[in-house]
Design a protein around this ligand. Structure first.
Ligand SMILES: [Zn+2]
Ligand SMILES: [Zn+2]
Length: 415
């Protein structure tokens, strides 16, 4: 794909003729190729926010945490082909009823609608079913709202979302589905920003920054609203639409208060586990798993609206004090990990399984260590020293490389 096409892919603005492929193998990895654009747009958001309001759009701790979760969520795809595609292709190969032509614009537009409607269903279930929410809440755990938040994704979520796409596999070719699955995800990147206010008539049909801000709000009027991915029409049709009104306060109604990417994934699951055992009666136990996260014995399926904490305007985001030099340290080392990660993606085909696993483990160790540093945890220093020793060890053995050859020299100097 040309850079211009790649840029337009972020806005779902490619014509059917330039984004239709005969086989899945020919479909470009639009998401991976977007990484440089993600970085460019994040820089742009910083500039615009500074010009508009003389304030930065986010914080270092929350931003590193979001990007860490973004990297973590993509790591399983380094090892295995995505479950969404495997399951889709399986159904297509074994159970398809008929084949829509892969090169027809009609198929392209139908798939756009199909993938977006499946996303609406999946997303709504992810908020209304406790066990699915445990995976999805990761995306909502940021108390800032910016382009970093867009990249804050759950590791577990794709193991719950794939099933919603399978009905399309009865008639839509996998190569068309594989394109729209990526476009639908990429479209949701740019709407995670406060620098765009309202977009006029586009607000009627498209999911916009304003609509999605409501979705990320913990104000009572924002709860369980605006589930759309690319289009907002599904919310308007099924009664889950809410327009942006009072100032939105972002994050979870009961914040996890952590920057550790593993803790952010696992603590809500641990909470379900504890509630499950603490709740009496078999049916009640099942309800803990399958009803809404706000449910309890004797309450309606989605819990009681009056139990959602009111917004006072005095909410303070989780923001432990960290000395400036530590923020700088974390930023520099995080940049090194982003470099290692992108190098891993670029050289995946020539690496042995062992090397790939080693790198993945090191990336996870590093992201956890940065998270604990940002929380100013007492054990963070020890973990960080261990991490640096591991780095020197495996670097000397030749298991790491930078994608920038000049940085290889920098690694040698720094450590
Ligand atoms: Zn959501
Ligand atoms: Zn979002």
């Amino acid at each position: 794909t040309a850079p211009g096409q790649q840029l337009r892919a972020l806005f779902y603005a490619l014509a059917p003729g330039e984004s239709s492929f005969r086989t899945v193998e020919e479909v470009p990895d639009y998401v991976e190729k977007s990484i440089p654009f993600f970085i460019t747009f994040i820089g742009l958001e910083f500039a615009v926010s500074w010009i508009q309001k003389r304030k930065l759009p986010g914080r270092i701790n929350d931003g590193i945490s979001s990007l860490s979760l973004g990297i973590l969520s993509r790591l399983p795809d380094v090892l295995f082909r995505s479950i969404e595609l495997i399951s889709y292709i399986y159904v297509w190969n074994n159970y398809r009823l008929f084949e829509l032509p892969w090169d027809s614009p009609w198929t392209w537009y139908l798939t756009l609608l199909g993938v977006d409607f499946a996303y609406y269903c999946f997303h709504r279930m992810s908020h209304e079913v406790n066990i699915l929410w445990a995976a999805h809440q990761v995306h909502h755990s940021s108390e800032d709202y910016n382009l970093f938040t867009a990249l804050r994704q759950s590791v577990l979520q794709k193991y719950t979302s794939w099933i919603f796409n399978l009905p399309m596999a009865l008639f839509i070719p996998p190569s068309v589905f594989a394109v729209h699955l990526q476009f639908n995800l990429l479209y949701q990147f740019w709407i995670h920003t406060e620098v765009i206010t309202k977009l006029g008539p586009l607000e009627w049909i498209l999911n916009t920054p304003s609509h999605h801000r409501v979705h990320h709000g913990r104000n009572p009027y924002c709860i369980d609203k605006n589930y759309g991915g690319t289009l907002i029409i599904w919310d308007r049709i099924f009664g889950t639409f809410e327009a942006e009104d009072a100032k939105v306060v972002y994050g979870l109604t009961h914040p996890v208060n952590s920057f550790d990417p593993i803790m952010l994934q696992l603590r809500p699951l641990a909470q379900i586990w504890n509630t499950f055992w603490a709740t009496p009666g078999f049916c009640n136990k099942l309800s803990v798993i399958f009803k809404g996260p706000g449910w309890g014995p004797g309450k309606p399926r989605l819990g009681l609206p009056e139990e959602i904490p009111a917004i006072t305007g005095k909410e303070v985001p989780f923001n432990p004090y960290v000395p400036a030099y530590l923020n700088g340290y974390a930023l520099v080392h995080f940049a090194v990990i982003v470099d290692l990660y992108t190098e891993l993606l670029a050289s995946i085909t020539v690496l042995s399984q062992g090397t790939v696993l080693l790198r993945i483990c090191f990336i996870i160790l590093s992201l956890v260590s940065f998270g604990l540093l940002m929380e100013n945890k007492s054990k963070a220093g020890i973990l960080e020293i261990i991490r640096c020793l591991v780095f020197i060890g495996v670097y000397k053995l030749g298991y790491f490389r930078s994608q920038f050859s000049f940085l290889g020299y920098a690694y040698e100097v720094r450590y």
